[in-house]
Design a protein around this ligand. Structure first.
Ligand code: SF4
Length: 438
């Protein structure tokens, strides 16, 4: 592969490139990557080229671009894993070693032959201060490539690109001022919580407290992977579920309320006066999934709270007029996950409503999580998420295993049906047995 002094078309595409290249290694020719800089949108290639011009780890990024270009040409990936960790930890690092060797048996791109990612837990609710961000960036400039992703899919801050030796030095430095590694591998993973009551009026619970409680309680399970597979906690303060917890976590805690939603009729009237009755009917009333809303002749709003399923649509549209009720708590769902073996699963409602006010309430939440993880760890197959275990052994068995009584408010599919038949259960079971025997 031939080399050039400058990336192709820097004037056109690389608007953020510094004028002076401080790294000593010339850029590789990267025609495929250059294509990804075209157009008006930001380009990760431009970002990588900018880092490649810096002094300390610039050469590493130059070779990273070279390996990436090679991958684009051959349509193959060339990273393999391995074992890299810091003292006392079993996880938190994603090792990456190059597999791309030249005919002489040496790495084709030696400067980036080790390109590990370090996962660091974000603060609950992602509440950073600029001081924290500067500290982290400064440390990463010292020990790593400068490439950071806020945040990876699990929620970690991803410090991407460093050598085996620098993993420990970087960790020691950031740990000194309060940061800890996240989870990687078959373990309890880094938790996530929405920004919560600090910035959001729809919050129904103390998201950050729940997040910290759960994650701190399972810190050992995060740092020493010993579970059948990953287990994720996510906390959203309301059913808008900004953390996608229902879809992306094994144990989702979602804030909700069980009394009536609050309606400020004066604000409703103002809203109607401003937007018109047709707009309200078309955009709020008729979009309620359970037809629980109606607009009265005097421009007030009637809410059939018994049939409201807390989808949040009307509250999101009429934020001043409508808000969650006062009797707040959380719903707990279990078993959400992305694709793999049995396809995507959404969390299943395990606890329809739980108050979280007293220390005892929080203790009960912690115990529930412990019971679930213990049962799942003992009964799951290797590489089996909770949703898959439930699918395999059946929800009834899972509920029995964790000691939770079936409840008709447990919902198998959002806004649709209970999965537990409470009417004539025994008679139905007898009929089923007879059908099976016959
Ligand atoms: Fe209907 Fe959703 Fe509003 Fe409840 S929150 S009344 S279900 S639109």
């Amino acid at each position: 592969m031939s080399a050039t002094d400058k990336p192709k078309n820097p004037e056109k595409h690389c608007t953020y490139l510094p004028s002076e290249k401080k790294s000593s290694k010339p850029f590789h020719n990267t025609p495929n990557l250059d294509e990804l800089e075209k157009g008006p949108w930001p380009s990760f290639v431009t970002g990588l080229k900018r880092l490649a011009m810096q002094d300390k780890f610039g050469n590493m990024m130059v070779d990273l671009l070279g390996q990436l270009e090679h991958s684009y040409k051959t349509r193959l990936g060339y990273w393999k894993g391995g074992t890299v960790s810091v003292f006392g930890y079993g996880g938190g690092i994603i090792p990456r070693f190059t597999e791309l060797m030249g005919t002489d048996g040496k790495p084709m791109f030696p400067e980036s032959k080790e390109f590990h990612t370090i996962r660091v837990q974000p603060p609950a609710g992602n509440h950073y201060s600029t001081k924290m961000l500067r500290q982290l960036s400064d440390s990463w400039d010292k020990h790593g490539s400068g490439l950071i992703a806020f945040h990876g899919q699990t929620g970690n801050i991803m410090f991407i690109g460093t050598t085996t030796q620098n993993v420990q030095t970087f960790f020691d430095e950031i740990n000194e001022y309060g940061w800890d590694l996240g989870g990687a591998g078959p373990c309890v993973r880094t938790g996530m919580s929405c920004i919560g009551a600090a910035r959001c009026e729809q919050s129904n619970c103390d998201e950050q407290k729940i997040h910290r409680l759960l994650v701190n309680n399972f810190m050992d399970d995060m740092h020493r992977p010993a579970l059948p597979y990953k287990f994720k906690f996510k906390v959203s303060g309301c059913p808008n579920d900004c953390m996608n917890s229902i879809q992306r976590s094994d144990f989702a805690v979602i804030g909700t309320w069980r009394d009536d939603m609050k309606v400020d009729q004066a604000e409703v009237k103002k809203y109607v006066a401003d937007k018109g009755r047709k707009y309200i009917v078309d955009n709020v009333v008729s979009r309620c999934p359970t037809k629980a809303l109606s607009l009265n002749d005097d421009d007030t709003l009637a809410v059939d709270n018994r049939n409201c399923v807390r989808c949040m649509h009307c509250i999101n549209v009429m934020t001043k007029a409508l808000s969650p009720g006062d009797d707040k708590g959380v719903t707990i769902l279990l078993g959400g996950k992305r694709t793999l073996k049995i396809g995507d699963t959404m969390g299943t409602v395990l606890v329809p409503f739980m108050k979280l006010e007293s220390d005892d309430d929080y203790e009960a939440l912690k115990e529930l999580a412990e019971t679930i993880i213990d049962f799942w760890a003992e009964n799951a197959l290797e590489h089996e998420r909770t949703g898959e275990t439930i699918e395999r052994i059946g929800l009834v068995n899972f509920l029995e295993g964790i000691g939770i009584e079936p409840d008709p408010n447990m919902i198998s599919s959002a806004r649709q049906s209970s999965y537990v038949r409470m009417d004539d259960w025994d008679a139905e079971a007898e009929k089923w047995k007879a059908r099976k025997a016959g």
